[in-house]
Design a protein around this ligand. Structure first.
Ligand code: FAD
Length: 293
């Protein structure tokens, strides 16, 4: 299935689920149990992240194929920074052979501590990968990343939105957003792109906060904003009741955020699962009224 067509034809709010491939093969059976438990969310699709440094690309391929075989339409993330055309081509061909026909085309980041020398790379930006896939794999569905708060390297909102627009015009079928906590950032992104004539689905990425440590790590990595009020409330919860209190607050916040997104016209919710089933199941239960249409 072309996922973008699936989104357009679905007609009611949906969940999609993002997983990362466990590095250790010994963890795969447990991981598959997690995915199987999450099938009750009836996800429209799942997506599997891709290690920019090369460490987990084989795992992405294997795990993407395994989730597809579990009966969930699956999209592989593909990063192009530092990759040759031949390597990307081989990866895309292998995806086809395990039944995967959708990719999230990303630039990726250089390994920590290394600078990006774009001039040495076959691909400079995600848009180059979108063009490559479109040209060489015309039957493949292509999504791209969008940023409610601009990407950390962008000098302005305007420039960042313009690059997202260019990726769509180059042939992307839909957009999946970076995590965010302020729904106004998402609606602003949607409005700017719609004003420019973009009509592809723009799926908001929601991260349920599971602990202070994990949110600190993720925010440091991706450059998303967290409202000061929310951060202070999470810290206060942590002091009062530790990880459990933070989880409860994270769950309540995520469900309210999702409600506002769906009420405001978002087509569905892309859940950053962090490979943990319990929180996602609780969220699905608490959001049943507005997610089941
Ligand atoms: P691009 O679209 O190329 O943008 C990168 C920067 O360059 C932005 O500042 C943009 O505004 C600017 N830019 C874009 N085009 C041009 C141009 N033509 N000229 C000048 N500037 C330009 N990383 C991983 O390693 N593995 C993953 O699996 C992964 N999954 C992700 C999933 C989602 C939903 C998101 C939002 C991000 C994910 N990332 C992943 C992180 C992503 O790789 C980084 O955010 C990366 O820094 C940018 O990738 P991009 O595809 O947005 O790049």
């Amino acid at each position: 299935m072309n996922i973008a067509h699936g989104i357009r034809n679905h007609g009611k709010p949906f969940f999609s689920l993002e997983f990362f491939p466990p590095k250790d093969v010994a963890q795969w059976p447990e991981f598959e149990q997690t995915v199987t438990r999450l099938k009750v969310l009836d996800p429209l699709y799942a997506s599997v992240t891709y290690g920019a440094g090369g460490a987990t690309q084989d795992n992405t391929l294997a795990i993407t194929g395994r989730i597809q075989a579990l009966g969930i339409e699956t999209m592989a993330h593909v990063t192009c920074v530092g990759a040759t055309r031949a390597r990307i081509d081989a990866f895309l061909r292998e995806l086809g052979s395990v039944g995967v026909h959708n990719v999230l085309a990303l630039r990726g980041d250089p390994p920590r501590g290394q600078a990006l020398d774009l001039h040495l790379s076959d691909f400079r930006h995600a848009i180059d990968l979108v063009r490559f896939v479109r040209q060489n794999y015309p039957g493949m569905g292509v999504a791209v990343a969008g940023y409610p708060a601009p990407h950390p390297e962008s000098p302005s909102f305007r420039e960042d939105r313009a690059h997202t627009l260019a990726k769509v015009r180059a042939g992307a079928d839909f957009v999946v957003t970076q995590l965010f906590f302020d729904v106004r950032e998402y609606f602003d992104l949607v409005e700017r792109l719609r004003d420019k004539g973009v009509d592809v689905p723009i799926v908001p990425g929601v991260l349920p906060v599971q602990s202070l440590d994990s949110i600190r790590r993720l925010l440091a990595m991706c450059g998303a904003n967290i409202p000061g009020k929310l951060y202070l409330a999470l810290e206060e919860a942590h002091q009062r009741g530790g990880v459990q209190a933070v989880r409860e607050m994270g769950l309540t916040f995520a469900v309210e955020q999702m409600r506002q997104l769906i009420d405001g016209g978002a087509p569905g919710i892309h859940l950053y699962t962090l490979n943990k089933a319990d929180m996602c199941l609780q969220i699905a239960e608490a959001s049943r009224a507005f997610m089941r249409g």
